[in-house]
Design a protein around this ligand. Structure first.
Ligand code: SAM
Ligand code: SF4
Length: 407
C-alpha cells in the first residue's frame, strides 16, 4: 500500500506529519505522490478559514477520482470544521492523538515514533498546547493546555539528530519562553548549544510578554543559537493588543526588540501581524504601520483576520471588509519589500555562511543565512545539508544571489 500526507499549517503540523510518515512506514506503507496514493492523510490546522477552505477543495478533488483512495483527517481542526468535512473522509482522527486506533491496516503507537525527517532540518517539539487564549486564536481549543516535554528528553533528541547529521535544529512550541520542562528555556538553549557538532538552532514562537533579557544573552553568547528571533507582535496599537488579550503594549514590544538589537549586532527579527481585527480603525492600523517602519522587520507573516468559532473575538463585530484587509496587507507587504531591498543591497560583496537546504526547480541550490535570509547559488546537489561560504553577488527584496567562495 502507498501513502501520501498533505500538510496545511505551521512547523508544528509539519513535525507531526514527519511522525505520521514514520508510523506509516513502520506499518509497511510506502511514500508516493498524491495521485498514486492508496491512502491519503490530510494533516491540517484551522487557525484561519483559508486553511480549512484549501483543505476542503483538496479533499473534494481527491474524492472525485475514479478510484478514490482511503482518506484520513488529522491535526488541530475545530470541531465545527470537522463536522462539515466528515462526509469526505473515511477516518476522522482525534486531534490530540493524531493517529489511529481503528484503521484496520495500521497498528497503534504513532506518538512514540521518531519523525521521518528531511535533512538538514530537524523540528523538535518541546511543548504542545497553549494557555494564553489570545482572543482570535483557536490553538488553546484545538491543542489543549500547554505542556512541556522534559528537558532531558529534548536534549537527547537534539543530540541524536545532530549526530545523524541534521544541522538546522528548530525548537517548537506556541510560547517557548514559558517552557517548563524542568529547566528554564534559556538554560535548555545553553544545554543544546553545548552539544558537539556544527549546527544552528532556531526556536519559535516567542511570546513578547514572556521574552526576557536572559534569552538575549543566550543568543548573544551561544555560538550555535542563531542571530534570529521570531517575535510575533500581532498589532502596533495598544487598544487592539488589549482586545487581542496579548498582555503587552507596543512600547514594551519596541523596548524588547531595541534591547535585543543593541546587544546582538546583525540580529534578524521576524514577526506575525493580523490585519483587520474587529474594530481596527485606519488610525489603529496606522500605528501598526508606524511600528513596522520603526522596527524594520526582516520578515512579516501577515494574516488577514479570520473569525474562528469558540474564540472570544468571534463574538466581536467584524468592521473591516475583506477588500480593506487585503489593502492593509498589501501596505505592510510593500513596506517589508522596501526595507528588505535596502538591507539586502548592503550585503552585496560580503562573504556569508549559508546552510544549503534544497535544489530549486531551476537547478540552483537554495540555502539560508544565520538570519534566515534565502540565498540562491550554483553548486552540486551533494552540498545539500552542508554549510558553505557564499559571496553575495545580487539581491532582490525577497533574497540574495551569490557564488561559492573557496576562501
Ligand atoms: N503562538 C504564536 C504567538 O503567540 O504568536 C502564534 C501561533 S498561531 C498558530 C500563528 C499565527 O497565526 C499567529 O501569530 C497569528 O498572527 C495568526 N492567527 C492566529 N489566529 C488567527 C486568526 N483568527 N486570524 C488571522 N490570523 C490568525
Ligand atoms: Fe494562539 Fe496566542 Fe497561544 Fe499563540 S499565544 S498559540 S496566538 S493563543
Amino acid at each position: 500500500m502507498k501513502y501520501c500526507i498533505i500538510t496545511f499549517g505551521c512547523q508544528a503540523n509539519k513535525s507531526d506529519s514527519e511522525k505520521i510518515a514514520s508510523f506509516l512506514e513502520k506499518n509497511g506503507l510506502q511514500k508516493t505522490s498524491e495521485k498514486e496514493a492508496d491512502f491519503v492523510v490530510i494533516n491540517s490546522c484551522s487557525v484561519r478559514q483559508s486553511a480549512v477552505d484549501r483543505m476542503e477543495a483538496k479533499i473534494r478533488e481527491i474524492k472525485k477520482r475514479k478510484k478514490p483512495p482511503v482518506t484520513a483527517l488529522t491535526g488541530c481542526v475545530l470541531q465545527k470544521d470537522k463536522k462539515k468535512l466528515k462526509p469526505f473522509f473515511d477516518y476522522m482522527l482525534p486531534e490530540k492523538e493524531l493517529f489511529p486506533q481503528k484503521i484496520p491496516f495500521l497498528k497503534k503507537g504513532f506518538l512514540k515514533e521518531a519523525p521521518k525527517r528531511e535533512k538538514p532540518t530537524a523540528y523538535i517539539t518541546i511543548m504542545s498546547g497553549c494557555d494564553n487564549f489570545c482572543s482570535y486564536c483557536v490553538v488553546p481549543y484545538t491543542k489543549g493546555r500547554e505542556s512541556s516535554r522534559p528537558a532531558k528528553e529534548v536534549v537527547e533528541e537534539a543530540k541524536k539528530t545532530i549526530k545523524e547529521g541534521y544541522r538546522d535544529i528548530w525548537l517548537l512550541g506556541q510560547n517557548v519562553n514559558s517552557y517548563k520542562g524542568g529547566v528554564k528555556f534559556s538554560n535548555l538553549l545553553r544545554e543544546i548549544n553545548k552539544i558537539r557538532g556544527d549546527f544552528w538552532v532556531r526556536f519559535t514562537s516567542s511570546h513578547p510578554k514572556d521574552f526576557s533579557s536572559d534569552i538575549i544573552s543566550v543568543i548573544k553568547n551561544c555560538k550555535k543559537i542563531t542571530n534570529y528571533l521570531h517575535l510575533p507582535v500581532q498589532s502596533g496599537d495598544d487598544e487592539i493588543l488589549k482586545k487581542m488579550n496579548r498582555s503587552y503594549t507596543s512600547e514594551q514590544y519596541k523596548k524588547a526588540v531595541n534591547e535585543a538589537k543593541k546587544e546582538i549586532p546583525g540580529l534578524s527579527v521576524s514577526t506575525d501581524i493580523i490585519v483587520g481585527f474587529p474594530g481596527e480603525t485606519e488610525k489603529q492600523f496606522h500605528n501598526t504601520v508606524k511600528l513596522v517602519k520603526e522596527i524594520g522587520f526582516d520578515m512579516i507573516y501577515i494574516g488577514r483576520y479570520s473569525p474562528r468559532m469558540q474564540t472570544a473575538a468571534y463574538n466581536m463585530k467584524e468592521t473591516v471588509s475583506e477588500e480593506e484587509k487585503r489593502r492593509r496587507e498589501k501596505i505592510l507587504e510593500e513596506l517589508l519589500k522596501e526595507s528588505n531591498l535596502e538591507k539586502n543591497k548592503k550585503l552585496v560583496g560580503r562573504k556569508i555562511r549559508v546552510l544549503t537546504t534544497q535544489m530549486t526547480k531551476k537547478n540552483l541550490l537554495s540555502g539560508k543565512t544565520e538570519g534566515y535570509k534565502s540565498v540562491l547559488f550554483k553548486g552540486p546537489k551533494s552540498l545539500i545539508g552542508e554549510f558553505v561560504k557564499i559571496k553575495i553577488t545580487g539581491y532582490s527584496s525577497w533574497g540574495l544571489k551569490g557564488k561559492i567562495s573557496r576562501k
